[in-house]
Design a protein around this ligand. Structure first.
Ligand code: SME
Length: 262
């Protein structure tokens, strides 16, 4: 799609950092799901080169239903397990498809599409929709796209579902006690960038920082407090922030002294 008006770094990693910063600015504090998804698709469309469709499908009554997007009109309902989107949602797996013609059951909304990436979006630890991006070039998407888009998806998850979560099947009580977090520790996860950030902030070297955080949450000396969209877990030396809708570990940092974060 034509998107020459806005300049982003030609280094894809940096471009995704720019996009994520803009995305936060655009959606933070905006309590409108459709507006946020519409702006997110417009932002990705203006930043990403060589794509012909970018948008969202959201789960409604067990099916993926077309949400805000940029590109040609697309199919409205996709059954779970069907096509690339339905498979990604059913398996809760990011799918990076080099050549859609080689993907059994691919649903061709635009015959120009040749490669595709689909990132599941979560609410309260469950898949609630997908971000779908198509390109007219075979092999357009790589690991850098996967990482950058996963980070964008995590930002969306933190903001998107507030209305949704508080109003319907993803209902979350803002007065939730720590037992809710403890009961959902199997859903705890983070992104590659999140893991890097946590290792760097805390000076950790181990691969599995999620497990390290899980043990801190289970430690009876830790305090667990729900405030707004996040859980805050305080140990004597660190504070860990976990999104209460998606169970994503957002960050963790050392405290300068007891009770005071750096
Ligand atoms: N190709 C997708 C369908 C959605 S459109 O590409 C917008 C799929 O196979 O799930």
């Amino acid at each position: 799609m034509e998107n020459t008006a806005v300049n982003y770094s030609s280094d894809k990693k940096v471009m995704y950092q720019e996009v994520c910063t803009q995305l936060k600015g655009l959606i933070e504090g905006v309590p409108h799901l459709v507006s946020n998804l519409a702006n997110a698709s417009a932002l990705l469309n203006q930043a990403m080169k060589d794509i012909n469709w970018v948008g969202f499908y959201l789960i409604e009554e067990g099916k993926l239903v077309l949400g805000p997007f940029q590109g040609k009109p697309a199919c409205i309902e996709i059954n779970m397990g069907r096509g690339v989107c339905g498979t990604a949602a059913a398996k809760d797996e990011i799918l990076l498809v080099e050549d859609v013609h080689a993907f059994p059951g691919h649903i061709a909304c635009d015959s120009a599409s040749r490669s595709e990436i689909v990132i599941p979006l979560h609410a309260n630890g469950q898949v609630a929709g997908v971000l779908d991006i198509d390109s007219p070039y075979v092999g357009r998407f790589d690991e850098v796209d996967k990482e950058g888009l996963t980070e964008a998806a995590r930002i969306l998850e933190q903001e998107l579902w507030k209305d949704h979560c508080e109003n319907d099947e993803y209902r979350i009580n803002n007065n939730d006690g720590p037992e809710i977090l403890l009961a959902n520790l199997d859903k705890l996860h983070t992104t590659d960038l999140g893991a890097e950030r946590i290792r760097r902030n805390l000076g950790l070297e181990m691969e599995d920082v999620v497990d390290w955080c899980r043990l801190k949450i289970l430690d009876s000396n830790s305090s667990i407090v729900r405030s707004g969209k996040n859980w805050y877990i305080n140990t004597d030396a660190q504070e860990i922030t976990v999104n209460a809708y998606s169970y994503t570990i957002i960050t963790a940092h050392k405290k300068r002294r007891a009770g005071k974060a750096e």
